[in-house]
Design a protein around this ligand. Sequence first.
Ligand SMILES: [Zn+2]
Length: 446
Amino acid sequence: MRLLAYKYALDPTPRQARYIAGHCAAARRAFNWGLGRVKANLDQRAAERTYGIPEELLTPRLNWSLYTLRKDWNQAKNDEAPWWAEYSKESYSSGLDALARALKNWGASRTGKRNGARVGFPRFKSKRRAVQSCRFTTGTIRCEQRHAVLPRIGRVKLHEHPAKLLDALREGSARIICATIRFERGRWFVSFTVEQSLPELTPTRPDAAVGVDLGIKTLATISEGPPVENPRHYIQAQQKLARLSRRVSRRRGPDRRTGQAASKRWQRANAQRNRVHHRVADQRRDAIHKLTTRLASTYATVVVEDLNVTGMLSNRKLARHIADAGFGDFRRQLEYKAERFGGRVIVADRWFPSSKTCSGCGTVKAKLLLSERDYVCNTCDLIMDRDKNAARNLAALAVAASSAETQNGRGADQKTRITGQVAEKRQPGTASTGKTRTPLPEGAGV
Ligand SMILES: [Zn+2]
């Protein structure tokens, strides 16, 4: 059994859209209420400490578990939000759940129980900037031929036919756990979280390994076959975007300092510009999904480089191209798709000289300029496209990884290191393997 998400765009009526937004606002209200209480309590205790009050006499610490937060909210809601009955109780629950998790993460991070980057104290959700979202876990949640059915909100038209989900539900292999509504890229989406038993799949070439070199000029160079061209939709749309941006800037936009409201003409132009942005993002996501599916369904082993995405994004010249290619998302997708096919993804060490090594004789060059597009070996006279050479070196790592494994007889769930070059992640069912490595920044590719 696996948890999957089926996400569909919604076509709500204007009235429904307002009601859905209301649910998200209700979630935000509960979140901010709870956060305010926790914050006041912590501040109170901090102040008391400065007066030298002993620890055991301080105002007791608030319990911020979801259970307690919900109980307290139910006592306070008549005063805090007299309109609470207008919306599903799930919306308040969803906001408080987000708060409970945020506080838990903050606490765990502060005491060193949580890996990864430091988690800050939760902040109040602003009406303008917060993502509008709300999750339903109980009540009537269904997916029908053309509609999503949600508690209180009722039947909302789906933008597309949910064929795959309906098939799985009809077969009885899937069960809907919860539904989340979210406003993204100018429209409403519903995401059904589904528990589903999936058939065992095998890659079409179970013995083959492939090296993938992610690039800027091309989306990816594969150690065998032609390179995968970059869907440079963003760049193609640049001119269009620049034109639309000029149009936006010529019109009277909102100014919060002076309280000037945006003009109707500005709003129209801004909406046009946003549409281009969204379209580009959708096309990019599509291209990356197709590539990762193809790789995972074909090869048993895929070797990729461990790119320091955050580091590269701070380099402004490269930044746009890298973000465009969606590197971060690429690896995340590859890993979960490989797991489905029983394959594995090997992540080469960040310092593995994939570009500087000759794939013919193994000589490592001391220096290779970024402008040298072809790799020319002085030892064996090999001349090859730079990226192709790198991809081949990565593919060779797969062989090194599996032979080292048979030599020392280590189990599949172990992390293998070959002369400090490979950090291996082996699927399936080894949730613990990858966790020791630096996590990829969430959404780095978007
Ligand atoms: Zn050579």
